[in-house]
Ligand binder design. Structure first.
Ligand code: 5AD
Ligand code: SF4
Length: 457
């Protein structure tokens, strides 16, 4: 269990000081950053949107693709001047990149103004590192290679007041041949249902209504617990908590999602009709080399089952182009699969070599030129299909949870449908936090537009 620093020591430490956290990568990192923010708040720090005003800067890094890493190095370089102006400023770097061999040492050496580095398994110890760095004026470094324990009770500072991410499991055991996650996040570990339900109950008491259950592979939730519980059972338990209005979850591995989960979705009022099912490639040959453990046909069968059982379901996916050895024929199978499925949303990635993964050592690496050319063709198909899916909703009325004013216009409000689609519509601040019916009037590939329908709340 997380223990806060003794309040008399900790409080003055951050009183009157500000923090800034920059997060790269997936929702797991977002959630870790919310915990870091929660700990900083507990020490008396307040957030600032500006790096130059911060007394403590944290970079929470991602190493899933090279691009994300390059951004971290670029941003670290830019902190030198800020540190010269304010030598008392504490700079901490954490997250997945730190778990790679040699990276932490490299950062501490090349950017000597970095004060703290720590990894993905010990973020909860951040207050201790901060205290040590301030007291001893030394570079503090602690990276653990894995961690069997799950530390519960870390304070969390969430951005939205309505919708919360709740991590249900950590790590991944799948070892897809291109992916670094199992090496940096460690083996799968599930939180107990008691801890998850308790966290959600507390969030409900604070006004949260929508919950996204997070894990690299939520469908293998519960294995290894003293009293094993399946993901489908967990979904039903969350659904039964009074006050829960919407449940989402990600990510589902196509090899693991089973009929029990689909049945739980169908029979539970609050589980939304939305599934993220990363396909990665439409070619069975490439899927095999990727170590995905399903082929094109089984994936398409799964999609047919999901569509049959959950009418109106929104399907999203992740796709990689330019995996080593991908031929034009393999790639055209990815395109045809996207045409056939018609995803509501697809995250498309150019294959990026990751050190020490099996794919990094494979022959027939694809040239940047070919990768980019294929990527552009894929994006065209994906956007066109998403547009078709969204346009088909025009004229329908959807329940929208109103989140707040849109970023660009104060009289336009936005919220999400049960299927997770963003809808913009004219509204006012009294609607925030309400579930209202909205008629869809217009659509593009990424958003819907509409108008609120009269209703009695
Ligand atoms: N190169 C490109 N994309 C990758 N992903 C994971 N590893 C790589 C890589 N080496 C993508 C996968 C995964 C998503 C989170 O990131 O599509 O589902
Ligand atoms: Fe990476 Fe595969 Fe695990 Fe997803 S399932 S995190 S792609 S190894």
């Amino acid at each position: 269990m997380y223990k806060p620093l003794e309040s008399d020591k900790a409080k003055p430490m951050g009183q009157g000081l500000k923090y800034f956290i920059e997060t790269w990568g997936c929702q797991m990192n977002e959630e870790d950053s919310e915990k870091l923010a929660g700990m900083l708040k507990g020490m008396g720090y307040e957030p600032t949107p500006f790096k130059h005003q911060a007394d403590c800067i944290i970079f929470n890094t991602c190493c899933v693709r090279e691009n994300a890493e390059l951004k971290v190095y670029g941003n670290l370089g830019m902190l030198k001047k800020l540190k010269e102006k304010n030598p008392e400023m504490i700079i901490a770097v954490c997250g997945c990149m730190m778990q790679q061999q040699g990276v932490a040492e490299h950062i501490l050496k090349r950017y000597p103004y970095v004060d703290i580095v720590f990894g993905t398994h010990n973020a909860w110890k951040f207050p201790e590192y901060l205290f040590q760095a301030k007291r001893d004026k030394v570079q503090v470094r602690e990276i653990l290679s894995d961690e069997q324990r799950i530390v519960e009770g870390v304070p969390v500072e969430r951005e939205s007041g309505l919708s919360a991410y709740v991590t249900i499991m950590y790590g991944c055991d799948n070892f897809c041949s291109y992916c670094i996650v199992p090496y940096v996040r460690g083996r799968e570990k599930s939180r107990t249902p008691q801890a998850i339900l308790q966290e959600i109950r507390e969030l409900i008491a604070q006004g949260y209504v929508e919950f996204t259950l997070l894990g690299q592979n939520v469908n293998s939730y519960g294995k290894g617990l003293e009293e094993p519980v399946s993901f489908a059972q967990l979904l039903r338990m969350v659904n039964d908590l009074p006050g829960v209005r919407r449940i989402r979850f990600m990510t589902s591995h196509p090899k693991d999602i089973d009929l029990e989960v689909i049945r739980a979705m169908k029979e539970s009022e609050h589980i939304t009709e939305q599934i993220h099912l990363p396909v990665q490639s439409g070619s069975s040959r490439i899927l095999n080399i990727m170590n995905r453990k399903y082929d094109r046909e089984t994936y398409l069968d799964l999609i047919r089952t999901v569509r049959r059982e959950l009418p109106g379901v929104a399907l999203s996916t992740d796709i990689i182009v330019g995996f080593p050895g991908e031929t034009e024929e393999d790639f055209s199978e990815t395109l045809s699969l996207c045409e056939e499925v018609g995803y509501d949303l697809a995250f498309t990635f150019i294959y990026s070599n990751r050190n020490n993964t099996p794919a990094d050592r494979m022959p027939d690496q694809i040239s940047d030129e070919v990768k980019h050319e294929r990527f552009n063709r894929l994006v065209e198909v994906v956007n066109r299909k998403a547009m078709e899916r969204n346009e088909a909703l025009v004229g329908q009325i959807h329940e929208v949870l109103v989140e707040g004013p849109s970023k660009t216009n104060e009289t336009v409000f936005s919220g999400r449908t049960r299927t997770g689609k963003l809808v913009n519509f004219p509204g006012d601040a009294t609607l925030v936090g309400q579930f209202i019916p909205v008629r869809i009037t217009r659509a593009n590939s990424f958003n819907l537009y509409g108008e609120a329908v009269e209703h009695s709340s």
